[in-house]
Design a binder for this molecule. Structure first.
Ligand SMILES: Nc1ncnc2c1ncn2[C@@H]1O[C@H](COP(=O)(O)OP(=O)(O)OP(=O)(O)O)[C@@H](O)[C@H]1O
Ligand SMILES: [Mg+2]
Length: 370
């Protein structure tokens, strides 16, 4: 398996710079997920790694070797696309075998290789079928099989699950993850979907407008987003953000919230003197819990229940506070009703704080492990 390194990688189309000098090293066997909004350069980056697009500036190394000028087939990298182009008129075995089209292996060895790949993907019983006789998930596995059969040293996936329905997506997510655990193949996976990113990645790379904003393990990004964009992108429902300003009261530095006027001390080393700086106080819905008796020192918000979402595993409450609405969690089976006055509480250690002007996070001490 290979390492992939991008060094100050740039892509320009005419006067427009699409990828603005990104640095990223994917370790051997690592599963890295690129996420970001439409048009931020995810596919372009992947296509440069595969050799399907020229590099405008910077370097791509595979196992240390610069491959900028190497043809796609010389890179030994397999790419799986959203519109997996499997051929409708030939069997599953032949579709998988297309991956070996240019290979000089003897026929018997090709057959053995197809069998082996089919076995690892659970397609053995379907080898004689044609794509029309397969489910969407099975077709997707055939496309992955065609990529696997060449024994690539890395896999690139460009939104391979986005054409599937929600249930199948969930299944394929697990299948790809299982496959990765079995093969340990270096993988770069592109998606819009933060759930896919959180559940599949060893590390997530958040991209925006051709730049990398943040790289980290899923929980690192969840717990320590470095700016408002990552904070809102990772985690569902989205983090609540409440406007306020840095202030001092009774000799303590904290945040005075705009609505409701509450004064909060987040777990951030505020150096004082920043009084008046506009900030956004962030709290994730799952950290903001409906309670009748908040702990002493808890961060609390009180308001009126607007909407209750009963999801089975949990109940989310949308609470109107002044002109704003926040989302919190109703624990257990307690279901409040719209119009009810409630109090939501969070451990101050779970709060996030961002500068409203730059949208950057204030450095946050690591949460204490219990
Ligand atoms: N051949 C091209 N010529 C000019 N501009 C291009 C070309 N290909 C892509 N672009 C532009 O480059 C930008 C990045 O495109 P890219 O396909 O990498 O985005 P993406 O992050 O994969 O988005 P999506 O999530 O929608 O797939 C877009 O603004 C796109 O319009
Ligand atoms: Mg794309």
């Amino acid at each position: 398996m290979a390492t992939i390194a991008l060094e100050k990688l740039v892509k320009r189309y005419g006067p427009t710079t699409i990828v603005q000098g990104i640095d990223l090293t994917v370790a051997e066997g690592e599963f890295v997920v690129l996420v970001g909004p439409s048009g931020c350069g995810k596919s372009t980056t992947l296509r440069m790694i595969a050799g399907l697009e020229d590099v405008s500036d910077g370097l791509i190394r595979i196992d240390g070797r610069v491959v900028n000028q190497v043809e796609p087939k010389g890179r030994n990298i397999a790419m799986v696309f959203q519109n997996y182009a499997i051929y409708p008129h030939v069997t599953v075995a032949e579709n998988i075998g297309f991956g070996l089209y240019t290979s000089t292996l003897p026929k018997a060895e090709k057959q053995a290789r197809i069998q082996e790949v089919a076995r690892s993907l659970g397609l053995e019983a379907l080898l004689d079928r044609r794509p029309a006789q397969l489910s969407g998930g099975q077709r997707q596995r055939v496309a992955i099989g065609r990529a696997m059969v060449r024994n690539p040293s890395a896999f690139l996936f460009d939104e391979p699950l986005s054409n599937l329905d929600a249930q199948l997506r969930g299944q394929m997510r697990i299948e790809i993850k299982r496959l990765h655990q079995k093969l340990g193949a270096t993988s770069v996976f592109v998606t819009h979907d933060q759930v896919e990113a959180m559940t599949m990645a060893d590390r997530i790379v958040v991209m925006r407008e051709g730049r990398i904003l943040q790289i980290g393990a899923p929980m690192e990004l969840y717990e320590r987003p470095i700016d408002v964009f990552t904070a809102r992108f990772i985690g569902s429902p989205t983090m609540n953000l409440l406007p306020g300003a840095l202030a001092s009261r009774d000799g303590a530095d904290g945040v005075a919230l705009e609505d409701g006027g509450a004064f909060v001390r987040p777990p951030i080393a505020l150096t004082g003197g920043g009084g008046g700086t506009n900030v956004l106080l962030g709290v994730r819905p799952h950290d903001l819990v409906l309670t009748g008796s908040p702990d002493a020192g808890a961060f609390t918000l009180s308001g009126t229940v607007a909407v209750v979402e009963t999801l089975g595993t949990e109940t989310l409450v949308h609470v109107d506070i002044g002109r704003r609405s926040v989302i919190g969690l109703a624990p257990g089976r307690a279901v409040p009703v719209p119009g009810q006055r409630v109090t939501l509480a969070a451990d101050p250690a779970a709060l996030h704080l961002f500068d409203a002007a730059t949208e950057r996070a204030f450095p946050r001490p690591l949460l204490q492990q219990p």
